[in-house]
Design a protein around this ligand. Structure first.
Ligand code: PLP
Ligand code: COI
Length: 354
């Protein structure tokens, strides 16, 4: 399927100060869109000026949240090349989310080409300062105009781009995290491993309560026993215990993060022992009390690598590495962002030049 391109005649004013970008607040001049129905399949692919959507008030996504999305980034190198990081992995994960939500899959090469073509058109929007990037948000919504609860027959898939700075306002400064002991995010057999809006809607209440108590995020426990650590709102979690990286294994209820996989691959390549297994919160607290928990950090596309300075569980607070970023977290951050920005050779085949 070809992509029809209509360029904007009315370009937006670009940001002038990259340090004020924030995360996901401004959007570029164009978007990609393609429609689906059961008769025609995917059709009418186009890149058009960024615009509002027109949806019927009965549109299925608005009622039953049949929606999935992705998040990936394009980076500007010191030589003004634009690089995409592991974009095909995002296309593959979108399809896995689509299967879970009974939505139509999109050919990975076609989707990858759509992302690349859009980013090429928007290349002037990719910021250059360290920590900034063009955040890309592919999104699929169900769009039947009917109120029955079933898999829709009509869908819209679109991609928008947002020049962004750090996800957390303090950048690499260690954050405070609350281990959530009241609400859960996902349960066995649920949608935890899909990237679907409903997971995030269900998480907002815990996040708001934690924010009022001064925490940046909550660390979810498993939905059955509230005993094992799962992940944070927008990040997978890693802990350095006895000089090994310990991280919850992919169990069907956490998101299989692409940054998670990248960090584990880099760590193994550096000769660091990695354990993907169940991690009981009590084990973490014990390791914290005895000084064996030396670093903790989250991994995510938006958040990159985000050190954790304090973990609160019930009435106890575990301070990690004196609230300073750990040596291993810093090395992994530098290696990952070095590859993403073309400063370190990409021996894993993760980069595409746009
Ligand atoms: N877990 C959740 C719930 C997320 O929303 C994200 C962000 O995408 C991640 C983990 C990290 O995934 P990735 O590294 O693919 O961005
Ligand atoms: C990402 O890291 O791409 C995400 O999707 C996180 C988002 C929920 C802000």
């Amino acid at each position: 399927m070809d992509i029809r391109i209509t360029l904007s005649q009315n370009k937006k004013e670009k940001y002038t100060d990259e340090s004020t970008l924030g995360f996901g607040k401004i959007f570029t001049d164009h978007m990609f869109e393609v429609s689906y129905n059961t008769e025609k399949g995917w059709h009418d692919a186009q890149i058009v000026p960024y615009h509002r959507l027109s949806l019927d008030p009965a549109s299925s996504v608005l009622h039953y949240a049949q929606e999935i999305f992705e998040g990936l980034k394009a980076y500007r190198t010191d030589n003004d090349e634009i690089l995409l990081f592991r974009a095909k992995d995002n296309c593959a994960r979108l399809n896995r989310s689509a299967q879970r939500l009974c939505m139509p899959e999109i050919d990975i090469d076609f989707n990858f080409n759509a992302i690349k073509t859009l980013v090429d058109i928007e290349r002037d929007w990719v910021p250059r300062s360290d920590g900034s990037s063009l955040y890309i948000r592919p999104t699929m919504i169900a769009n039947d105009e009917a109120l029955g609860v079933k898999a829709a027959s009509n869908y819209l898939y679109y991609i928008i781009c947002s020049p962004s700075g750090a996800y957390y306002k303090d950048g690499l400064k260690p954050i405070n995290i609350k281990v959530e002991d009241k609400y859960v995010r996902a349960v066995r057999g649920g949608t935890g491993e899909a990237k679907t809006g409903g997971n995030y809607a269900a998480s907002i209440k815990a996040g708001e309560e934690a924010a009022k108590q001064g925490f940046s995020q909550v660390l979810w426990l498993d939905g059955e026993e509230m005993k094992y650590v799962e992940e944070v709102g927008a990040m997978n979690m890693m802990f350095v215990i006895d000089n090994k990286i310990v991280t919850p294994k992919l169990n069907g209820s956490i998101l299989p993060g692409i940054t998670r996989d990248s960090v584990l691959t880099i760590a193994r390549d550096m000769g660091i022992t990695v354990e993907e297994r169940r991690v009981a919160v009590e084990e973490l607290i014990d390791a914290g009390r005895s000084g064996r928990l030396t670093e903790a950090f989250g991994t995510g596309t938006a958040a990159v690598i985000s050190p954790v300075g304090m973990l609160a569980y019930k009435d106890e607070q575990i301070i990690i590495n004196n609230r300073k970023i750990g040596e291993l977290s810093m090395t992994l951050y530098n290696t990952l962002t070095g590859i993403q920005r073309g400063r370190i050779k990409d021996k894993f085949g993760w980069i595409t030049v746009v």
